[in-house]
Ligand binder design. Structure first.
Ligand code: NAD
Ligand code: ZN
Length: 343
C-alpha cells in the first residue's frame, strides 16, 4: 500500500510502498479516505527536539482521519465492515487508575497512532476497535478528519462555561480557530484573539472573533482591558504554547479568572507565579487530548450544527501525492488545516 513514512531520523517524509497491516485481536483495519495534517506531523517532518526524543523510524505518521472499516480482527463484535469511522488516536491501556475512573485521556500507558505506532497517512491502518468513532452520515470525510483537532478545542473550551463571559484566546492556529468557532457559538462575549499571522487573524474574525490583535501591537494590554470593563477577560484559552502569549495571557486575565492551557511550549517557560497566579486567585486547567468520549459527542454536535464554520478552517485539500506541497504550505504558515485525500 501507499504510505507517507518517516524512514530515518532527520527531516522530511517519503511516500513509498509499505506492507499492508493485518488487524490483530480486538482491532479493525480501516481504508483511509481523508487525513488531516496536524502541527505534530509538521514537527515530525521538521525533526525537532521533541520528535528526536519520541519518534522511532520507520514510522507511518498521521493521526487525524476518516475512513471505512474493511476488515475486523478476532474478538471484534460491535462493528462491521462498511462502517464509516474516525478514531480517537490515543490508545489508552484501559486498566490503570485513570482509565478506570473516566480519565482515559490522562492514561499512564497511552500509545498514540502516528507517533508510537503506525498512523493514517497510508491507504490502510489498524486501530483498536474500542477507539472507533462511527461517523454520522451528515459529516463528510473532510470534516470528519477534523474530529481530533476540533476535539482538542472542544475539550479546552468546555473546561469552564464561556456563555456570557469575556474570553481571550491566544494562538489562532488550527486548534485555536476551532476554539474560536466553538466559544463563539456557545456565547462567549467578547471573544478576543491574539495571533501574529494576519491571514489567521482574518479567519478568526470569519469564524466568530469580536476583536483580533497582533501580539506586537503597542496598545495590546489597553485594547484588551478596554474590551473587558478594565478588569481583563474572565477566561483565557491558551492555544499557542508561546512563552510571550502565556505570560501576557496570564497577566491580562481577570482576578479570579480561569486559564485553560492547551498549548505546549517547546521548552521550559517562566511565569511570575506570585503576581500572575497566586495573588490574582486564578484557576489554571491543563488540557490534554480529548475526553473519551464526552468530547467526541460534543464535537459531533458542533460539526453537525456549525459545519460551515469548521469548513472555513480547512484552507487546503489535496491528494496525498502532493504531500511535499502540503507540508511546504504549512511550514510557511500559508495553510491552516490541510486535508490529504488518500483514497
Ligand atoms: P499551530 O502551530 O497551528 O498554532 C499555534 C498558533 O500560535 C500559530 O498560529 C502561531 O502563529 C500562534 N502564535 C505564535 N506566537 C504567538 C504569540 N506570541 N501570541 C499569540 N499567538 C502566537 O498549532 P496547533 O496545531 O493549532 O496547536 C496549538 C498548540 O496546542 C500547540 O502548542 C500544540 O503543540 C498544542 N497541542 C496540544 C495538545 C494537547 O493535548 N494539550 C494537542 C494538540 C496540540
Ligand atoms: Zn490507562
Amino acid at each position: 500500500m501507499k504510505a507517507l513514512v518517516k524512514e530515518q531520523r532527520g527531516t522530511g517524509l517519503s511516500l513509498r510502498d509499505s506492507e499492508k497491516p493485518r488487524p490483530g485481536e480486538g482491532e479493525v483495519m480501516i481504508m483511509v479516505k481523508a487525513a488531516g495534517i496536524c502541527g505534530t506531523d509538521v514537527h515530525i517532518w521538521n525533526w525537532d527536539k521533541w520528535s528526536e526524543s519520541r519518534i522511532k523510524p520507520p514510522l507511518i505518521t498521521g493521526h487525524e482521519f476518516a475512513g471505512i472499516v474493511c476488515e475486523t480482527g478476532p474478538g471484534v463484535q460491535h462493528i462491521s465492515p462498511g462502517q464509516r469511522v474516525s478514531a480517537e488516536g490515543h490508545i489508552a491501556c484501559g486498566v490503570c487508575e485513570f482509565c478506570r475512573t473516566g480519565q482515559a485521556h490522562i492514561c499512564r500507558d497511552v500509545e498514540i497512532i502516528g507517533i508510537d505506532r503506525n498512523g493514517c497517512f497510508a491507504e490502510y491502518l489498524t486501530v483498536d476497535a474500542r477507539n472507533l468513532w462511527p461517523l454520522h452520515d451528515a459529516i463528510d470525510d473532510h470534516l470528519a478528519a477534523t474530529f481530533d483537532p476540533a476535539g482538542n478545542a472542544m475539550h479546552t473550551v468546555m473546561a469552564e462555561p464561556v456563555a456570557g463571559k469575556s474570553v481571550l484566546l491566544t494562538g489562532a492556529g488550527a486548534i485555536g480557530l476551532f476554539a474560536v468557532a466553538i466559544a463563539g457559538s456557545l456565547g462567549a462575549e467578547p471573544l478576543i484573539v491574539i495571533e501574529p499571522n494576519e491571514r489567521k487573524r482574518q479567519l478568526a474574525l470569519e469564524v466568530g472573533a469580536d476583536y483580533t490583535l497582533d501580539p506586537a501591537a503597542p496598545n495590546l494590554a489597553e485594547t484588551v482591558l478596554d474590551a473587558t470593563e478594565g478588569l481583563g477577560p474572565n477566561i483565557l484559552l491558551e492555544m499557542s504554547g508561546n512563552q510571550h502569549a502565556i505570560t501576557s495571557g496570564l497577566r491580562l486575565l481577570r482576578n479570579g479568572g480561569t486559564a485553560s492551557m492547551l498549548g505546549i511550549p517547546s521548552k521550559e517557560i517562566t511565569i511570575d507565579w506570585a503576581r500572575d497566579v497566586i495573588f490574582k486567585g486564578i484557576t489554571i486547567r491543563a488540557i490534554n487530548g480529548r475526553r473519551m468520549f464526552d468530547t467526541w459527542f460534543q464535537t459531533q454536535n458542533f460539526l453537525l450544527k456549525h459545519g460551515e464554520l469548521a469548513r472555513k478552517i480547512i484552507t487546503h485539500t489535496m491528494p496525498i501525492d502532493d504531500y511535499l506541497h502540503a507540508f511546504d504550505l504549512l511550514n510557511r504558515g500559508e495553510a491552516v488545516k490541510t486535508i490529504l485525500d488518500v483514497a
